[in-house]
Design a protein around this ligand. Structure first.
Ligand SMILES: Nc1nc2c(ncn2[C@@H]2O[C@H](COP(=O)(O)OP(=O)(O)OP(=O)(O)O)[C@@H](O)[C@H]2O)c(=O)[nH]1
Ligand SMILES: [Mg+2]
Length: 300
């Protein structure tokens, strides 16, 4: 067998309760923003790959939707997609918010994960910048006692990049030998058009109140590239007519703020001037339509 025994390559599923900091962790490990982050729950709505080559290893991180209990069609599809990643991965990293600790929901997740756990299933206790040492040690003890099936416990702050080098080291040494699957400079599998839609969705999540962000999605409808400028048209699709004025804001002020923030981030990431046109469209109950799931690579 002609196998190169120096190169390693494999998939790491980053899983856990919603808001635990999974997307923040993937971005920190990759060193670039590949997945959007907000303070709200249920931000990530698809599997996002973040790819990083470190020493001789290509690590392919799968950022997954947060595991939660809601039973509507969209959330069921997201949870299913996340558990699928568990099966697909070489290493599974369960992220737990150290401040919330072993909540009933986290226990449920751990009970399910432990059935499939191997020594390649590890735990990252995140947000350690928010907890004192004593409670962190107590939580670690609790986890060790209740879940000895898991391989390792790391203590990290994904946001402050504390402890993340040790985690990266673990991945580079434990992924299987094999040829790299992506070009060395590729950071994600997400096409730029979709990434641009995610950037706008992030701003909507941050700036719209309460339930409103959950009632919409963003689609890039056209992308016209010139040497020094890109013109992007995006539809913000809402599921109910009465959401439209809420997204627009008084005199269009809300959508203008959101558009400006998204445009600035796009200009930074594309390195050129961007004209971003946002339109609000109504597609009644898009959460129930198969086309949405197909476009997001999800099974309804
Ligand atoms: N203080 C602190 N905050 C963090 C840390 N990691 C993530 N956060 C914050 O936690 C919130 C949620 O982060 P995300 O990365 O979006 O969480 P997620 O697990 O991807 O959430 P979903 O996609 O909704 O499941 C954001 O406000 C982050 O800034 C950390 O290490 N310390
Ligand atoms: Mg996320």
């Amino acid at each position: 067998m002609n196998q190169n025994l120096t190169e390693r390559c494999g998939y790491v599923a980053i899983m856990g309760e919603t808001n635990a900091g999974k997307s923040t962790l993937v971005n920190t490990l990759v060193g670039e923003k590949v997945s959007i982050v907000t303070h709200k729950i249920n931000t990530t709505r698809r599997k996002v790959l973040g790819i990083v080559c470190h020493a001789q290893t290509q690590c392919i991180f799968m950022d997954t939707p947060g595991l939660m209990n809601r039973q509507d069609t969209l959330n069921r599809a997201l949870v299913r997609a996340a558990w699928e990643s568990f099966q697909e991965a070489d290493i599974v990293c369960i992220v737990i918010d150290a401040q919330k600790g072993l909540s009933p929901r986290v226990r449920q997740i751990m009970e399910r994960a432990k059935k499939a756990a191997t020594d390649q299933t590890i735990i990252a206790l995140n947000k350690i910048d928010l907890v004192d040492k004593a409670s962190l040690l107590e939580l670690t003890q609790q986890l060790q006692n209740s879940y000895p099936e898991f391989g390792h416990i790391f203590m990290i702050s994904a946001k402050k990049a504390n402890g993340t080098n040790a985690l990266m080291d673990y991945f580079t040494k434990h992924l299987p030998y094999g040829p790299w699957l992506y070009p060395e400079d590729q950071l994600t599998d997400m096409p730029m058009r979709e990434n641009a839609a995610e950037i706008t969705r992030e701003k909507l999540f941050i700036h719209l109140h309460e339930e409103l962000p959950y009632g919409l999605f963003v689609e890039t409808e056209s992308w016209e590239e010139k040497p020094d400028k890109v013109t992007i048209n995006q539809a913000i699709v809402v599921g109910k007519e009465h959401y439209k004025p809420m997204v627009l804001g008084r005199g269009g002020s809300k959508i203008k703020t959101i558009g400006t923030l998204a445009r600035k981030e796009l200009e930074e990431s594309l390195g050129k001037s961007v004209r971003l046109n946002l339109f609000v469209k109504v597609r009644e109950n898009w959460q129930e339509k198969a086309s949405y799931y197909k476009n997001q690579g999800l099974a309804p």
